[in-house]
Design a protein around this ligand. Structure first.
Ligand SMILES: C[S@@+](CC[C@H](N)C(=O)[O-])C[C@H]1O[C@@H](n2cnc3c(N)ncnc32)[C@H](O)[C@@H]1O
Length: 728
């Protein structure tokens, strides 16, 4: 049968170090790769004991003609007969084995009796001091795919199918795991989306596994995504993603909301990944079959990426049931190979840290060699320590730290079969440093920025005035739609003219932003969290990213520090607007607030100074900072009631208009008329193309909807004629 012949061929090549099992299985023409892979691996694991049985039974001698010295094929058939599904549908192969079954069985019995065990598996386990070949002692970990289901449902499902859920105290977690018996399972102590089963449990045929609701994944390999801990809606890069276990885990943590750019240069592995993420119902991933080192970090496409996972190719020396260990011995990685790998790992990690918007990078390997772990991270850290810091991962929850005798080893975590009951693994985490800058220097920068803005605001207003009928322009209120930049322009304009009513609601994102407030942490590279899923922060950060869009990463060539300072400047300016508007507040209150704000600003950035302990004043300052611009919510509501403000709400979804200025200085009748007109007809078209944010102030023209439609028609006609010309 082709399966047996193919398995024998692959084993032969692996033993002769021609290629790896995975490569050979993937390139095989045998269709059922899973079956072929499993048989190949198992035959390699049981190689020694199968050889003994062969010797005892004299099978090779007796069937000299049949096997022609092919001991590997004989091993494969013997495995299938004794440990597999039986030599099925295999004609002459089956006849050959069945014809000698008595000798085979008696040979096996002798071995079992000699060792005092009941099965061949026990022979193998007893012969491997660390059980490396079988992985028997390692529990089986099952990750719950939160895109398709939830932990309780999965637990209930197992219980209904006769599995018993074991309870434990944190102090006896390890003992409970080690004592797990058949059809018993438990929840992991560290990660709520992980279940633990007895070693050797095979859930491939389980319905939830087939449906992609649960995924068999070692606990070690689940740690990087948890350490990365992106919030829902986050943008993530997975540099070396295939076959996609960690990618699909990240997708699960962000509940399929956000974006993952998954790179891998190996097309074959990439296609496996596509299948895996397809089964897992992951749709937020863009698979990019590309060498990650060739990706341009300044490409605007990646400007919103804040999280990067670096899980590069490594020696795999931590994988305990790695077949290379069976074929080559435990320390089979040569010095030269280690050197090559570590050079590659350094370059990938350095490249990951080049993405301008990135704030967290997790580097992991399934290697036990410091050359691929601590040494790589420390080498890279020495080059980026001005921008990034090494974060202490799970400081109170994980005892096994980086290898001693290496710098920063306290920051890293390692996993091992002995201590963590997992494969050997290494995880480290870089976070972008917080910017420390004094309040005074920040204010100085603000002053410069303000000057520039003033001229921009003047320009803006001049253009607005040009486009509205001069007699009615009073600029009592400004309404800005879907443009952060415009909102800022409007703020400056309002400032300049002493306008009191500013409604900066962003219509297109109205629903998204409804409950979100400006993040008072803006400008800080923050959000550390050891583990767990931080869904609540998700919306907040998404909003922050949206509002930062015009500053961060998109303005190529600008350095991040400047961006952040600008953001802070913006924030202060915006809160100033609020303060100015709040005419009811006394001067002294305002002074107090300013002082509090200064203290808070400096305390946030670790600048040693007196930090205000007054919760009340901090709360006020917080409120102020959270309020981006314009009217307080309650003031806005009142203004709406007084009909001083109206909001153009029902723009059609596909409207191209980004901004409109609404004049509000006439009688109610006129206002109504004007409102209708504004909706239907005259709008100040700030920018037709939302993507061209840079052009917003430049392309300010007044056009009617009819104009736009005409323009579109003209464009269409033009296109048609071009197509026509091509045919000619
Ligand atoms: C350790 S595996 C990644 C495993 C994956 N993170 C997971 O959890 O399933 C390393 C991957 O890196 C890919 N790789 C190696 N060099 C690369 C490069 N320069 N750019 C992108 N991918 C690369 C390999 O093809 C391999 O699939």
């Amino acid at each position: 049968m082709y399966l047996y012949v193919e398995a024998a061929r692959i084993i032969n090549q692996v033993l002769n170090k021609k290629s790896s099992i995975k490569n050979l299985v993937f390139s095989s023409t045998y269709e059922n790769k899973k079956q072929l892979y499993a048989l190949t691996c198992e035959c390699l694991k049981f190689r020694d004991v199968l050889d003994k049985i062969l010797e005892g039974s004299g099978l090779l001698e007796k069937e000299k003609k049949f096997f022609q010295g092919d001991i590997i094929l004989a091993r494969v058939l013997l495995y299938e007969f004794l440990l597999g599904k039986g030599v099925q549908h295999a004609g002459k192969y089956r006849m050959c084995i069945m014809g000698h079954r008595k000798e085979i069985n008696s040979s096996m019995r002798k071995i079992l009796d000699k060792q005092g065990v009941r099965s061949l598996r026990d022979v193998v386990y007893n012969h491997c001091p660390d059980n490396a070949a079988t992985g028997k002692t390692l529990p089986k970990y099952v990750r719950i795919n939160l895109i398709k289901t939830d932990t309780n449902t999965v637990i209930e499902n197992f219980k209904q199918n006769g599995w018993k859920l074991l309870k434990y105290q944190p102090s006896n977690f390890r003992e409970t795991v080690e004592s797990l018996k058949e059809r018993e399972f438990m929840q992991d102590a560290h990660f709520p989306d992980l279940l633990v089963f007895p070693g050797g449990t095979d859930l491939h045929e389980n319905k939830m596994c087939i449906a992609g609701e649960i995924i068999q994944q070692d606990k070690a390999s689940c740690i990087p995504a948890h350490v990365l801990n992106p919030e829902e809606g986050a943008e993530v890069i997975d540099c070396c993603a295939a076959p996609g276990n960690k990618t699909s885990h990240v997708a699960s943590l962000i509940r399929n909301k956000g974006k993952i750019f998954a790179f891998d240069k190996d097309a074959r592995r990439m296609s496996t990944m596509k299948k895996l993420i397809g089964t897992a119902g992951v749709s937020c991933v863009e698979c990019l079959c590309q060498d990650f080192l060739t990706v341009d970090p300044t490409d605007p496409k990646y400007s919103m990426v804040e999280y990067v996972l670096v899980d590069p190719s490594c020696s795999g020396s931590g994988i305990v049931n790695r077949l290379n260990q069976i074929t080559d011995g435990k320390d089979s990685v040569s010095v030269q190979r280690l050197h090559q790998l570590s050079r590659f790992q350094i370059s990938i990690l350095k490249h990951a840290l080049r993405f301008p918007g990135v704030k967290k990078v997790v580097y992991s390997t399934c290697s036990i060699h410091p050359e691929e772990n601590e040494m790589v991270v420390n080498e890279v850290y020495s080059q980026v320590s001005d921008q990034f810091e090494l974060v202490e991962i799970m400081p109170n929850h994980w005892l096994e730290r980086g290898a001693p005798d290496h710098e920063h080893s306290q920051c890293f975590i390692r996993l091992s079969p002995d201590q963590s009951l997992t494969n050997g693994f290494f995880v480290s985490c870089f976070e972008r440093r917080k910017i420390a800058c004094s309040y005074d220097s920040m204010k100085k920068t603000n002053a410069c920025k303000k000057k520039k803005k003033k001229s921009k605001a003047e320009k803006f207003i001049a253009k607005c005035s040009d486009n509205e009928s001069e007699s009615t322009v009073s600029f009592n209120q400004i309404h800005v739609i879907d443009s952060d930049k415009m909102r800022n322009e409007a703020s400056s304009a309002a400032d300049l003219l002493g306008i009191t009513n500013i409604d900066s609601s962003v219509e297109k994102n109205k629903r998204k932003r409804k409950h979100e407030k400006y993040d008072s942490n803006i400008g800080r590279v923050d959000g550390r969290n050891d583990s767990g899923i931080n869904a609540a922060n998700g919306k907040k950060r998404k909003k922050k990213r949206e509002s930062e869009k015009c500053f961060q990463g998109t303005e190529n060539g600008k350095n991040r520090k400047e961006d952040l300072i600008e953001k802070n400047a913006q924030l202060t300016e915006q809160s100033n607007v609020t303060v100015q508007e709040n005419s009811k507040e006394s001067k002294s209150e305002l002074c107090n607030k300013q002082a509090d704000k200064k203290k808070r600003w400096e305390a946030d950035r670790g600048i040693e100074n007196e930090v205000s302990t007054s919760k009340q004043s901090n709360d006020v300052a917080n409120k102020e900072l959270q309020q981006p611009i314009g009217l307080a919510k309650k003031d806005l509501t009142q203004a709406k009631k007084r009909k001083e403000v109206y909001i153009v709400e029902d723009y059609p979804e596909k409207t191209k208009f980004d901004a409109t200025i609404c004049i509000n200085s006439h009688s109610e009748k006129e206002k109504k008329k004007e409102r209708k007109q504004t909706k239907d007809d005259t709008v100040l078209n700030i920018n037709e193309n939302v993507d061209d944010i840079e052009d917003i102030t430049l392309n300010t023209t007044s056009v009617t909807k009819q104009d736009v439609q005409k323009k579109k028609k003209r464009k269409k006609k033009k296109k048609k004629s071009v197509v026509g010309n091509n045919y000619e």
